[in-house]
Design a protein around this ligand. Structure first.
Ligand SMILES: *Cc1c(COP(=O)(O)O)cnc(C)c1O
Length: 383
C-alpha cells in the first residue's frame, strides 16, 4: 500500500464558488490565485476557471508568468506591482495588469520604454489599512501623473480592507467612505472588495471584485458559536448565517463549497491503558482505556503541529478528535467511540465534513494559512 494521504481538489466547487462570489458582488471578478491558489495549485485552478473568470490576480509577476506559460490568456493583475523597472518591462511583454502603489513604481512607469496605450494599471489607494497604497491626499496627483503617461491604457482605482472580516467593526465603512471621497472626481473602474468585503459589505461594490479565500470555499467571516459546536456539521455556513444572523449586512444567501479535502487513512490501531502517555511529550495520558488510530499525515504535510488534543477530525465519516501531539508524518485520533473504525478507515482532516476554519481556530490561525501550507501530499484534481 502506498501512503494514502492526498489533497483532493474539487474543481467544480471552485467554479461554483467563483460564480457565487461574482453574483454576490455584481460586475466582474478577478479570481485571486496567488500563493499557488492558496495551496490548491495555481495552474490547474486557473485552467478550471479560465472559461468563466473575468481575469485573475496574483501577488507578484513570477506567479503570473507561470500562468501565461500554462496558456492562460485572460487578464492577470499583479497585486504587489513590479519590484523594479526591468520587471515592469517583462510584465508588460506578458500583457499583465499592474498595481501601482508607490512612488518608485510610478516613476518606473513614467520612464518605461513601452508603447502608447499598452498597459493597464490599477492605482492603489491607502484608505486606512496603512500597508500599501498612495495616501488619500496624494491620490489626485498620482492619478494625474498616470493619465499623463503615454503608455497607460486605462486606470482602475483600487483599495484594500484591513478588517472586512469583522462585520461589527466600523473600520471598513470608514475605509469605503475615505476611498469614495478621495476618488469622487476621478473617472474609471473601481475595485474595493476582497472576500470579506463581498460577503459583509454591500456598500463596497465596485466594477471589480477580488475574491480569494471565498473561491476555495472557506468563509472568512467569524465562525458563529451555534455552528462551531459541531465539527461534522455539514450545513452550509452561508445559509445558516442568513437565517441565524438576519441583522448581518448580508443581502443574499450564499453557499460555499469546500474545494480542498485533506484526507488520509488510519494505518495502525492500538489501545492505551490507563496511565499510558501518547506520542511526543506525552501530552495525552489515558485515564480510561483509549483506542487510538494512527493516521498517515503530519506537520510536514501542512497539518498544524500546534493543533491541540480535541481538534475535530473525521474517521469513516464520523466526527472525532485528535489526541496527543501532531508528529512530522503522523497524527493520532481517538477511536474509543468508533468501534467500526479499522485499519484503512478514511480520515478527513478538513474538507467536506470538517470545516477548515474550525481546525484553524483550534490551531490559533486562519484557514488561509492552513490551506497555503499544504505540501508533500499529492494533489488529486476532480472535475
Ligand atoms: C489576497 C488579496 C485579495 C484576496 O483576499 P481574500 O481575503 O482571500 O479574498 C484581494 N485583494 C488583495 C489586494 C489581496 O492582496
Amino acid at each position: 500500500m502506498t501512503r494514502p494521504s492526498k489533497a483532493l481538489i474539487d474543481l467544480a466547487a471552485l467554479r461554483s464558488n467563483y460564480l457565487t462570489a461574482r453574483n454576490l458582488h455584481g460586475g466582474r471578478a478577478l479570481a485571486v490565485v496567488k500563493a499557488n491558489a492558496y495551496g490548491h495549485g495555481a495552474v490547474p485552478c486557473a485552467q478550471a476557471l479560465a472559461d468563466i473568470a473575468d481575469g485573475f490576480a496574483v501577488a507578484f509577476a513570477a506567479e503570473a508568468f507561470e500562468l501565461r506559460e500554462a496558456g492562460i490568456t485572460k487578464p492577470i493583475l499583479v497585486l504587489e506591482g513590479c519590484f523594479d523597472p526591468n520587471e515592469l518591462l517583462v510584465a508588460h511583454k506578458a500583457n499583465l495588469w499592474v498595481v501601482i502603489h508607490q512612488e518608485s513604481q510610478l516613476r518606473a512607469l513614467e520612464t518605461a520604454p513601452i508603447d502608447a496605450h499598452s498597459i493597464r494599471v490599477w492605482l492603489k489607494v491607502d484608505s486606512g489599512m496603512h500597508r500599501a497604497g498612495f495616501a488619500l491626499e496624494d491620490v489626485q496627483t498620482a492619478y494625474a501623473r498616470l493619465e499623463a503617461c503615454p503608455s497607460v491604457a486605462s486606470i482602475t482605482l483600487m483599495t484594500h480592507f484591513a478588517r472586512a472580516d469583522e462585520p461589527d467593526s466600523d473600520a471598513t465603512a470608514k475605509q469605503i467612505n475615505a476611498f469614495h471621497e478621495a476618488t469622487a472626481s476621478l473617472p474609471g473602474d473601481r475595485s474595493l472588495s476582497n472576500s470579506g468585503g463581498i460577503l459583509a459589505w454591500p456598500t463596497a461594490r465596485g466594477s471589480w471584485a477580488r475574491p480569494g479565500i471565498l473561491l476555495y470555499g472557506a468563509d472568512p467571516l467569524p465562525v458563529k458559536p451555534e455552528i462551531s459546536t459541531n465539527g461534522a456539521d455539514s450545513m452550509p455556513r452561508g445559509a445558516a448565517q442568513l437565517t441565524q444572523n438576519a441583522d448581518q449586512p448580508l443581502n443574499q444567501a450564499y453557499q460555499l463549497k469546500p474545494v480542498m479535502s485533506l484526507v488520509s487513512e488510519v494505518f495502525a490501531i492500538r489501545t492505551l491503558e490507563p496511565g499510558e502517555a501518547l506520542g511526543y511529550g506525552g501530552t495525552f495520558v489515558a485515564t480510561t482505556p483509549v483506542r487510538v488510530g494512527l493516521v498517515a499525515i503530519g506537520y510536514a504535510d501542512g497539518y498544524p503541529r500546534v493543533a491541540p488534543t480535541g481538534t475535530p477530525i473525521s474517521v469513516g465519516g464520523v466526527l472525532t478528535r485528535t489526541i496527543g501531539r501532531v508528529s512530522m508524518d503522523m497524527l493520532t485520533v481517538d477511536l474509543t467511540d468508533l468501534p467500526q473504525a479499522s485499519i484503512g478507515s478514511p480520515v478527513e482532516c478538513w474538507g467536506k465534513q470538517i470545516d477548515v476554519n474550525q481546525v484553524a481556530q483550534q490551531a490559533g490561525t486562519i484557514a488561509y494559512e492552513l490551506l497555503c501550507n499544504v505540501k508533500r501530499v499529492p494533489k488529486v484534481y476532480q472535475n
